[in-house]
Design a protein around this ligand. Sequence first.
Ligand SMILES: Nc1ncnc2c1ncn2[C@@H]1O[C@H](COP(=O)(O)OP(=O)(O)OP(=O)(O)O)[C@@H](O)[C@H]1O
Length: 254
Amino acid sequence: MTTPSLVTQDLTIRFGGHVAVNAVSCAFHPGELTVIVGPNGAGKTTFFNLVSGQLTATSGRVVKDGTDITGMAPSARARQGIGRAFQLTNLFPQLTVLENIRLAVQARSGDGWRMLRQVTAQRGLTAQAETYLEATRLTAVARQPAAALPHGDQRKLEVALLMAMEPDIYMFDEPTAGMSLDHAPDVLELIAGIKADPTKTVLLVEHKMDVVRALADRIVVLHNGELLADGPPAEVMSSQIVRDVYLGTSGGAA
Ligand SMILES: Nc1ncnc2c1ncn2[C@@H]1O[C@H](COP(=O)(O)OP(=O)(O)OP(=O)(O)O)[C@@H](O)[C@H]1O
């Protein structure tokens, strides 16, 4: 077993009297894709927010490659290699697809938003951006404004932006939500490609059981903010407690 890249220790957050994530201890490893499932309100998105920094834990810790990142802002966590796909919020809608990806490459390369750069360096950025365009099969729409893309291509662009940041930890929250059936396989293939890289750790929140079956190396089940089960997909999905509280309460899940 590899050393975990990401560990949560007794991770907890309270909203008033409500404990949305309750003492969740979990370790995530490079080369492994973990799907986090659970009924509505189980705490999945809140758990993600605690890892990526949108929320700060009431108690417990988040540790990335041995560094305690619990108190860090989202931008500092991103610099530590935590990458989370957000719908649309990272896009500049009036800029083209290529320009959006180029900005992400530039941000990661440490040049920030500096405009005056040498032509050769600019070309290097464009060449890198083009590799992510090709990887996400967006080359044909490279010159279109991001805002003009159909929903499915916008989701692919979100994956391209995330890849351009070259994180160690990829976090996807329902990556095919709202996508048509013909676009979803492209995004799932992209995520499968990322998980094939033994240096990358992938966390996925997902409701669709066909997506879980296609991608999961491991399943973590949250219920009422607590870790209910954690293990290989076949073991977790056949466990009686999971069938009772999760599959039993979520009619569309099976
Ligand atoms: N900022 C907040 N203030 C108060 N309560 C919150 C807040 N964020 C989340 N909660 C509560 O925490 C619980 C967990 O919510 P969360 O969105 O994490 O669940 P989820 O498993 O992602 O659900 P879904 O599958 O419906 O997206 C819910 O009861 C929710 O109402």
